[in-house]
Design a protein. Structure first.
Length: 86
């Protein structure tokens, strides 16, 4: 699958620590290979929108949308912050 990044995602990614960035890069690779990879715990967010969330680590969440063979990464960061602004 192709992964594209929104400006919001890129800005949020830059604010992460080096260790967090490493976790996110690993999660992105897994997501691109298999969006249903168990450790990512991918699930659709509640609400009417078609936005999904994944877990790069216990503390971090990534939100994204899927369209065909493309994944649009929307946001990344701490759980509460990301889920307020998916």
């Amino acid at each position: 699958m192709e992964i594209l990044f929104t400006e919001q995602f890129e800005q949020a990614y830059e604010r992460l620590t080096r260790a967090e960035k490493r976790s996110v890069r690993k999660a992105l690779a897994l997501l691109g290979d298999n969006p249903k990879y168990p450790s990512l715990r991918v699930k659709k967010m509640e609400g009417g929108k078609d936005i999904w969330e994944a877990r790069p680590s216990r503390r971090l969440r990534m939100t994204f949308e899927m369209a065909g063979e493309t994944i649009f990464m929307r946001n990344v960061g701490e759980h509460d912050t990301v889920l307020k602004r998916p």
